[in-house]
Design a protein. Structure first.
Length: 317
């Protein structure tokens, strides 16, 4: 198999059409068909089902397309590293951001890198911590933000920030940031919660267990946006990181107060793989991400957040 065949495989799998893939690859349709068939003959298995709706990958085809996509990304990254412009940092870097941090960090990170490192092609992925960790383990991310994760043999983790969880309710509840709300009071209302198994849910469940508080969970969802939407509509209260509801509180669509009895904090870390060398482009993006986070905390754009170094100093005094 060669690179042209892998590109044809990945493109057909993504668009579901040989005709459309040929257009994107600037090839004639028979050439793309020939590359796919040659690959199937070499592997001895069909890679696509030809249907009226288009080309659908078989199980083998999906596996091959996934692996081929990673191989092509690595080749693209290697080419950028060995053929850089003089004095420039170049390469493809894929970054994972927690859903709650995207509004705060995504645009400033892109702007800073475009200004200081225009040779870096940045790819941003957003998801919850568990998904981001899986993508990092699978090699689909170069670095990512994660939370409440201890050091692991496969990952290099750098503590960055810890932030407090907040009780969130409709504005009519009258919650105030200077009046923390006990978990027992929040749990007296129906709760809209992250789905079981979600890292934030595990954090809240642990706090409820320690405080011997029973929660009345009305709805579970894996979307923070849906959590907030349901609270606005009056289906219950919820518990979220302060960063995730800062704009909603500012524009008056939600009310919030710090959670207490017990206080609950989440710790955000920067995760990178321990395997292999770290390319200069990845190091440059990591430095800029740290800079943006420090700036957001210093300028109080990240509610109730403490930088790890400062939190550690406070704990030691």
């Amino acid at each position: 198999m060669d690179v042209r065949q892998l590109r044809a495989l990945v493109t057909v799998a993504e668009v579901g059409s040989v005709t459309r893939a040929a257009e994107l690859l600037h090839l004639v349709q028979p050439a793309v068909t020939r590359q796919i068939r040659t690959l199937e003959e070499e592997l001895g298995v069909p890679l696509f089902e030809r249907t009226r709706q288009g080309m659908r990958p078989t199980e083998a085809g999906a596996i091959m397309a996934d692996r081929a996509r990673r191989a092509l990304n690595e080749l693209e990254r290697a080419r950028a590293e060995v053929q850089p412009a003089p004095g420039a940092v170049t390469g493809v870097v894929t970054v994972g951001l927690l859903e709650s941090t995207t509004d705060l960090l995504a645009e400033p990170l892109v702007s800073a890198l475009a200004r200081d490192h225009p040779g870096i092609e940045l790819r941003l992925m957003t998801a919850y911590s568990g998904h981001l960790q899986q993508w990092l383990d699978d090699g689909d991310l170069d670095l990512t933000l994660l939370y409440n994760l201890a050091d692991t043999p496969s990952l290099n983790l750098r503590p960055l920030v810890r932030e407090r969880l907040w009780v969130v309710a409709p504005p009519s509840a009258g919650l105030r940031r200077d009046q923390p709300v006990p978990l027992a009071r929040a749990a007296a209302h129906p709760l809209v919660m992250p789905a079981a198994g979600h890292a934030l849910r595990s954090l809240i469940d642990g706090a409820a267990g320690r405080a011997a508080v029973e929660m009345d969970i009305a709805v579970q969802t894996n979307s923070m946006r849906v959590q907030k939407q349901l609270v606005r509509a009056g289906h219950g209260w919820t518990i979220l990181p302060g960063l995730g509801i800062a704009e909603d509180v500012a524009d008056g669509t939600l009310g919030a107060a710090p959670l207490c009895e017990p206080d609950v904090w989440r710790s955000i870390v920067l995760g990178m793989s321990r395997a292999g060398r770290t390319p200069p482009a990845v190091e440059a993006v990591a430095r800029e991400l740290l800079c943006q986070i420090t700036s957001a905390v210093d300028q109080e754009r990240w509610p109730s957040a403490q930088l790890h170094t400062r939190a550690a100093s406070t704990d030691d005094t």
